[in-house]
Ligand binder design. Structure first.
Ligand code: PLP
Length: 370
């Protein structure tokens, strides 16, 4: 049975409405379209409150948020930073931007976050800290990793770009690190088109990130630059969208968890599906299934495409890609090597209808029947 007339179901689609339009219109009419205007502090404080930190520093993207955080923490040449092998590449690149050395470590089977035994094995006298990624909406095992960082004097940066609203215990991820970084790209759970944010409880560090974000201009002395900074500012137009997105964030997260629950009910006895780890609640950024092997994953993706259902393969393990192989050291990556070729992300946006969920699940089930 094919569905030639069935409409295209994308992997992600932002939820945008009148509230976003009204705020953007207000920003345009006010003339404050660049990086001054009230939507920026409103968005910073609103998102910080949502995650549970004191300070928010909005940036031009999630990648620049990561770069800004590492720069503000003083990470530089000679320093080693532990990063996951299975991730979107931005956090690995950010370590390279500051001239430090990323050290790739495998992820674990439960939750898909950094493996703590792997971290221990990768520590050297040069290790300065960890960038912990919460992958595909799953909370990583941030409690013990934070404890280890405190014990050893490492910094912890959380990358929550895929996990707005996910929890570890009773706290949201992004509230555990010295700094946590979020992305608001168009396919993220909260979007401003392009955009990002650094969150922290440390006011001095927040002030330092604000200064570095604006070419390191001294707040008390205009055009005086005591060091080299960046232009990583967010615009009032982006923040106007962000403030409206905040109003729907709780509902979006709830709906995404519900979509995942439906997918699981429909498919979990036939294929391995993404689950919340025992220590928290996933927000299923991109609800994922694991095929039997890489070839069958690719066939499944093509089968879905023929039915006008979009999907995405998992990220490639970083250690197999040319710029990153040299950062593998003596580590092995059995879990990342297992998940990378088998994982497939299914359509996961909050406005997905029950009918669309059925179309996607039935397509997967039909494929498995052969
Ligand atoms: C999307 C993403 C980023 C980067 O965000 P941009 O806003 O696209 O720069 C960083 N880390 C992870 C894990 C991501 O998924």
């Amino acid at each position: 049975m094919s569905h030639p007339a069935a409409s295209f179901i994308p992997v992600y689609r932002p939820s945008l409405g009148d509230s976003e339009l009204k705020n953007v219109q207000e920003a345009v009419q006010s003339g404050w379209i660049s990086s001054k205007g009230h939507f920026i502090p409103d968005f910073e404080s609103g998102f910080a409150r949502f995650i549970g930190t004191r300070e928010g520093v909005a940036t031009s993207s999630g990648t620049t948020a990561l770069h800004l955080a590492l720069a503000a923490l003083g990470v530089g040449p000679g320093d080693e930073v532990i990063v996951p092998d299975l991730t979107f590449v931005a956090p690995i690149n950010a370590v390279l931007y500051v001239g430090a050395t990323p050290v790739l470590v495998d992820v674990e089977r439960e939750g898909w976050g950094l493996d703590i035994t792997g971290i221990e094995a990768a520590i050297t006298p040069r290790t300065k800290g960890i960038v912990l990624v919460h992958l595909y909406g799953n909370p990583a095992r941030v409690g013990p990793i934070r404890e280890m960082c405190e014990r050893r004097g490492f910094f912890l940066v959380e990358d929550g770009a895929e996990a707005h609203g996910a929890t570890y215990g009773d706290r949201k991820v992004g509230s555990f690190g010295r700094v946590s970084c979020f992305s608001f790209y168009g396919n993220k759970i909260l979007t401003t088109g392009e955009g990002g944010m650094c969150l922290t409880d440390d006011q001095q560090l927040a002030d330092r990130m604000r200064m570095l974000r604006d070419h390191a201009m001294r707040p008390e002395r205009r055009y005086w630059h005591a060091e080299v900074g960046f232009n990583y500012r967010m615009t009032n137009l982006q923040a106007a969208v962000g403030v409206a997105q905040l109003e729907r964030l709780e509902a979006s997260v709830r709906r995404k968890v519900e979509v995942a629950r439906r997918y699981s009910e429909l498919m979990s006895d036939k294929i391995t599906v993404q689950r919340s780890p025992s220590w928290g609640q996933s927000v299923f950024w991109l609800f994922s299934v694991l095929a039997a092997d890489g070839a069958s994953r690719d066939r499944l993706a093509r089968f879905l495409a023929e039915r006008n259902v979009d999907s995405r393969p998992f990220f490639h393990p970083a250690h197999v890609m040319p710029p990153y192989t040299r950062f593998a050291g003596h580590q092995t990556f059995p879990v990342s090597d297992y998940l990378g070729p088998r994982g497939l992300n299914l359509p996961s946006y909050p406005d997905l209808t029950e009918e669309e969920i059925l179309r996607v699940s039935n397509a997967v089930l039909d494929f498995l029947k052969g």
